[in-house]
Design a protein around this ligand. Structure first.
Ligand SMILES: Cc1cc2nc3c(=O)[nH]c(=O)nc-3n(C[C@H](O)[C@H](O)[C@H](O)COP(=O)(O)O)c2cc1C
Length: 419
């Protein structure tokens, strides 16, 4: 039996994950709408034997202030399921995972779209379920604003149940689904997937988010800064599985990691500082405001502490993480904004391939992760650096595959085929 190996996702995002990526001299500014750019990234990730490429989503601008939105690398990009359909025919093995919202879709349509992607890619699709925390996005789907957190998750639970039923061929004219939020009569107009059903991913780390993940998800994407945070999340989620008749290994926990790698540590530090210097203060503070669900953070002195905040109705877990970090390190608003703008609340490691491999190995072997969703600072340069420097080091240590063993995303992730 081969030793347990880590899973790796390549989180693709336009010019890059660093908020100032688009200002970097080596960045590709119109990357978000350049299909050849994405094909190149997907092929790099596939050649490095990544489990999957991963896309985030929100059906709306990413910043309330359009002036700031246009200053970030997050604003212009393809709708991700369309993008992955194009990448499906330009790749043959790598998994294709996209985020889609349970608040602004209907289960029949979404189940059909992902099963189509799964069929046309030969069993490589995955859906990252989110409930969507952005009031900007909510405003594009009616005028009643962002629905309360608990209501969004209640809808998400039923949504996931209907989708799973449709993918598994368990809904037919006789049984149908007639529930609180959705009514679905017929099965899908597609046969079952080559992998049994698309992979179900989830991103949402509040208590109710974890409960939904334990009930339905095959993979969880999460954000954790410290080993202790990552380990506590891992143990909590794995511990919830039995309540749903599932094994701990039925769910793969993949925190985000934003590495900055170079041949020497000094070079890596220099690369990181160069990026940090590119963050305009207003962009950093705007991003921090969205994580904290507060619209007037800019009114507070930038070199002072965070003000007291009401609990978020948006992304509860990210708000808690930011507040915790500000207290732990006694950071001012400017320092916090810089810190979070770099990796958007995810774990940042700066160093050589061997130092980065040490850190990943420690979390993987220490029971804090089953793998990682890799978030390069800018594309294509930093994905290339991870693929050519870190991946071979992980392979040398036996921690990551040298070849794909199977054809489907479930094969790569070591997930059971659903009945
Ligand atoms: C690691 C992580 C990634 C997320 N990615 C997205 C995303 O791409 N699009 C989105 O609308 N929401 C995203 N969310 C938030 C989800 O919409 C989530 O369902 C909602 O904010 C509630 O999160 P919570 O359970 O952590 O409070 C993400 C959340 C986490 C924790």
């Amino acid at each position: 039996m081969t030793a347990r190996q880590m899973k790796l996702g390549a989180f693709l995002w336009a010019t890059g994950h660093h908020i100032a990526a688009w200002r970097h001299p080596k960045a590709h500014v119109t990357a978000g709408i350049d299909i050849d750019h994405y094909i190149q990234l997907a092929r790099t990730a596939e050649a490095a034997k990544f489990d999957m490429v991963f896309c985030e989503d929100a059906a709306g601008l990413r910043e309330a202030n359009v002036g700031i939105a246009s200053q970030t690398s997050r604003s212009i990009g393809f709708e991700p399921i369309s993008l992955l359909s194009a990448l499906a025919v330009q790749t043959s093995r790598i998994g294709l995972v996209s985020t889609a919202s349970t608040s602004y879709n209907e289960p029949y349509g979404l189940a059909r779209t992902f099963l189509s992607l799964d069929q046309l890619s030969g069993g490589r699709a995955g859906w990252n379920l989110v409930t969507s925390a952005s009031p900007i996005e909510a405003a594009n789907f009616g005028s009643t604003g962002l629905k309360p957190h608990a209501d969004r998750y209640e809808r998400a639970r039923e949504f996931a149940e209907v989708v799973a039923g449709l993918w598994r061929g368990k809904l037919d004219a006789a049984s149908g689904h007639d529930g609180q939020s959705f009514s679905v009569r017929d099965p899908l107009d597609l046969p079952r997937s080559p992998q049994g059903a698309p992979v179900m991913v989830q991103a949402g780390a509040s208590d109710v988010g974890r409960a939904l993940a334990a009930r339905t998800a095959d993979v969880v994407f999460t954000a954790a800064q410290t080993f202790e945070e990552a380990k506590a999340f891992y143990d909590d989620l794995k511990g919830r599985m039995a309540a749903y008749g599932r094994e701990p290994d039925d769910i793969k926990i993949m925190p985000g990691v934003a590495p900055v790698v170079a041949e020497t540590e000094a070079e890596a530090r220099e690369k990181y500082e160069e990026l940090q210097e590119l963050i305009p203060d207003d962009v950093g503070v705007a991003l921090l405001s969205s994580y904290l669900s507060i619209s007037d953070l800019w009114r507070h002195p930038i070199d002072g502490p965070l003000p007291e905040l009401p609990e978020s109705e948006g992304m509860k877990s990210r708000q808690a993480l930011v507040i915790e970090q500000s207290r732990r390190d006694n950071l001012s608003i400017r320092q916090l904004a810089r810190h979070f703008a770099g990796a958007r609340g995810h774990w940042r490691i700066v160093g050589t391939a061997s130092q980065i491999a040490d850190e990943l190995q420690a979390r993987f072997e220490g029971g804090a992760a089953d793998g990682f969703n890799v978030m390069p600072s800018y594309f294509p340069g930093e994905l290339d650096a991870f693929a050519t420097l870190v991946v071979p080091e992980l392979q040398r240590r036996g921690l990551f595959r040298k070849e794909y063993g199977g054809r489907t995303l479930r094969d790569h992730l070591g997930l059971k085929r659903p009945v």
